[in-house]
Design a protein around this ligand. Structure first.
Ligand SMILES: Nc1nc2c(ncn2[C@@H]2O[C@H](COP(=O)(O)O[C@H]3[C@@H](O)[C@H](n4cnc5c(=O)[nH]c(N)nc54)O[C@@H]3COP(=O)(O)O)[C@@H](O)[C@H]2O)c(=O)[nH]1
Length: 529
């Protein structure tokens, strides 16, 4: 026989699929974000290293020029005729120095051009020259057509002082190499201007892309590294990788959710994780509709499959030899839920399995349960007719012991088995529960109705009280009451419900029962029994 727990319904698969898709999406977003954060941190670290290297190289280019500037500052009182050769020598010897000029109010002494009879520095120089230790120019009358870095030391009105001009092309080359090497945009920023190596341009510093790293030099410049052009393709790869990993995780999740544990392992796990819970279906005295008790019915909410019908899991527990353990688990749940049960005498019907009877532990377990429940709860052990068939002396002994200890016995699904009258007479039974198939047959007008009447007569002849299951209509209720059936249970009165709902239901059941009874009596007045 195929195991019912192995059959996954399509809604369950859909739920697993939906769950896996959600997991995939969340994993994709998280991984993508995490990877981009990690790679940004990596990029920043690389950019820092590259900026630091480049700053070092630029320092090596600017420092000699600064030394020249300081040395010349001490000589600027000399006339040009004495200085000229010195300037030419200094400019020629220093690799990065393009030219040097000493400025006087009415003339200039230049390293290559010698004496020039005019000082027009105040009109040519960029305004920031007097404030900054270093100034970057793309091209101007002092340094035509080529970028240069200017170092000035002298009067603020530029009438007297020394100017060292550093060749800008070297910086272009160095920046170009650094940009190619790191795939990022490396810029030399001096004041409000920036020099870009690859483009060989001097631009406004404000127009640079946001910086990944920047390092300031005490020489008055800054090396700034901005996100390069390779960024977008790298980020595509990162997101692709995140999608791949998230997809695999989703697949794993889907298969894990659909993985079928053996039914035995599943049932054991469900007990450990408290997935079983209880519902109670009220039982009423048909004569006055007072509530006399309830039948406890087990429910299982599987984490993936949702609610599983008791028909399925009870059979699975029976097939896997776990039914006794499951019944004991039910007893534990009952103890927890009904420990504080208040009110008058309340009969609690508990479904029991044949194995429990046959392994000889039923009486012991029921007595233990009875001892742990409040005294006003009267236990009723419900056993099916089929379970009681056979002349097992152990079964008889246990039933007798139970009864002697104050536990009542009911035969469930009565009428569906084939026990003989003589056999039933010997069993210590208090109630017969008429199977719901006979009750529902009343409305369909099937040939079962006379059988129901025969069952009722038989029960009464055996001196037992009768309880009809599955009452769904007023007509059925009225018929059974008229035939002297003592108790009833069914959707017409109440569906199985959790303990807190049962408590509320019982609090209002009195008035509802009275209303129902009036209706029933009115109905009974119209139609003869
Ligand atoms: N050994 C154990 N068996 C158990 C336990 N809990 C339940 N069961 C058995 O599983 C079978 C199915 O039970 P369930 O789905 O809970 O159905 C019960 C009622 O909900 C249903 N019922 C009650 N009133 C009506 C009604 O008016 N119409 C209608 N169509 N169904 C109704 O009948 C079931 C109760 O049957 P019974 O036990 O024969 O009184 C069932 O065989 C349960 O016994 C458990 O803990 N242990």
């Amino acid at each position: 026989m195929p195991n019912p727990l192995n059959v996954l319904s399509s809604p369950t698969r859909r739920r697993a699929l939906l769950l896996s898709m959600v997991v995939t999406l969340i994993a994709f977003l998280l991984l993508g974000w995490l990877m981009s954060q990690l790679s940004k941190a990596d990029e920043r670290q690389l950019a820092m290293a590259s900026a630091s290297r480049t700053e070092q190289l630029f320092n090596d280019m600017v420092l000699p020029a600064r030394r020249q500037l300081l040395a010349l500052d001490k000589l600027r009182h000399l006339p040009c005729s004495e200085l000229k050769d010195k300037l030419a020598k200094m400019a020629a010897l220093e690799k990065y120095t393009r030219s040097i000029a000493v400025f006087y109010p009415d003339h200039v002494c230049h390293s290559f051009l010698g004496r020039l009879d005019e000082n027009r520095l105040a009109t040519w120089a960029p305004p920031e020259l007097i404030h900054q230790p270093l100034t970057l120019v793309a091209s101007n009358p002092i340094v035509q057509d080529r970028p240069a870095l200017l170092l000035w030391r002298g009067e603020p009105d530029l009438s007297r002082g020394v100017l060292v001009v550093i060749e800008g092309l070297y910086f272009y080359d160095l920046l170009g190499q650094a940009s190619r090497f790191s795939n990022d945009q490396v810029a030399l920023v001096v004041g409000s201007k920036a020099m870009l190596g690859l483009q060989k341009q001097v631009v406004d510093a404000a127009s640079l892309a946001p910086a990944l790293a920047r390092i300031k030099s005490p020489q008055g410049f800054e090396v700034q590294i901005s996100d390069g052009h390779s960024h977008s393709s790298a980020s595509h790869w990162r997101w692709l990788l995140a999608a791949l990993v998230a997809g695999l995780l989703g697949l794993f999740c889907y298969f894990a959710l659909n993985r079928r544990e053996g039914p035995k392992a599943e049932l054991k796990r469900a007990m450990e994780r408290n997935e079983f819970f209880l519902h109670y279906q009220p039982v009423l005295a048909l004569e006055d509709l007072s509530v006399t008790g309830a039948e406890v019915l087990m429910r299982w909410r599987h984490p993936v499959q949702g609610l599983i019908a008791p028909d399925i899991f009870i059979r699975a527990a029976e097939d896997t030899g776990l039914i006794v353990e499951l019944t004991r688990h039910l007893f534990t749940l009952l103890e927890k839920e009904l420990a504080q049960w208040e009110g008058g005498r309340f009969k609690l019907g508990v479904n029991l399995a044949a194995e429990h009877l046959h392994d000889g532990t039923l009486t012991r377990d029921l007595l233990a349960l009875k001892g742990r429940l409040p005294a006003n709860i009267q236990l009723v052990a419900e056993l099916t007719e089929r379970q009681l068939i056979g002349e097992d002396p152990l079964v008889l002994k246990q039933l007798q012991d139970c009864r002697a200890a104050g536990i009542q016995i009911a035969i469930d699904d009565f009428g569906t088995g084939h026990s003989s009258l003589a056999y039933l007479e010997r069993l210590p039974v208090d109630y017969l529960k008429i199977d719901k198939s006979f009750v529902s047959a009343l409305d369909s007008g099937s040939v079962q109705a006379p059988v129901l009447e025969a069952i009722i007569q038989l029960g009464h002849r055996l001196g037992m009280e009768l309880l009809a299951e599955g009452i769904e209509t007023e007509r059925q209720a009225q018929f059974l009451r008229a035939k002297g059936v003592e108790y009833g249970q069914g959707y017409f009165y109440a569906r199985p419900m959790p303990a807190p709902t049962l408590r509320q239901w019982l609090a209002t059941a009195g008035s509802a029962a009275a209303a129902n009874l009036t209706a029933l009596r009115k109905e009974a007045g119209k139609k003869p029994d």
